[in-house]
Design a protein around this ligand. Structure first.
Ligand SMILES: [Zn+2]
Length: 102
């Protein structure tokens, strides 16, 4: 025997089962998170103000903006995307040292 739960909804776009928690928060939703026109949002804490007057604000970013933010936050040496001119033998790191005598 099994229990029939009448609240199970499948996404109208990809037919994936919509998580009950999503239905709970968004009753009447017909799409899963991936198919929703509202893309996932990320909250990023940001420091605002200057000097003694600073506060932490929460910036809401789209998934795309968040990825850009993550990339900016990551030191160049740890980024997954490397400049094609950089190879493992380049001990100068990500910066080009320009010799003025040259
Ligand atoms: Zn879907």
């Amino acid at each position: 025997m099994y229990t029939v739960i009448d609240e199970i909804m499948n996404c109208i776009k990809c037919n994936v089962e919509i998580p009950p928690k999503r239905l709970e928060i968004l009753p009447g939703t017909k799409t899963c998170v991936n198919c929703s026109t509202e893309s996932a949002k990320r909250g990023v804490p940001v420091m605002r103000g200057t000097g003694d007057h600073t506060w932490v604000d929460l910036e809401v970013l789209t998934q795309e903006q968040y990825e850009e933010y993550e990339e900016l936050k990551t030191p160049p040496s740890k980024r997954t995307k490397f400049d094609s001119s950089t190879d493992k033998d380049n001990l100068k790191g990500p910066f080009n040292i320009i010799d003025p005598e040259d």
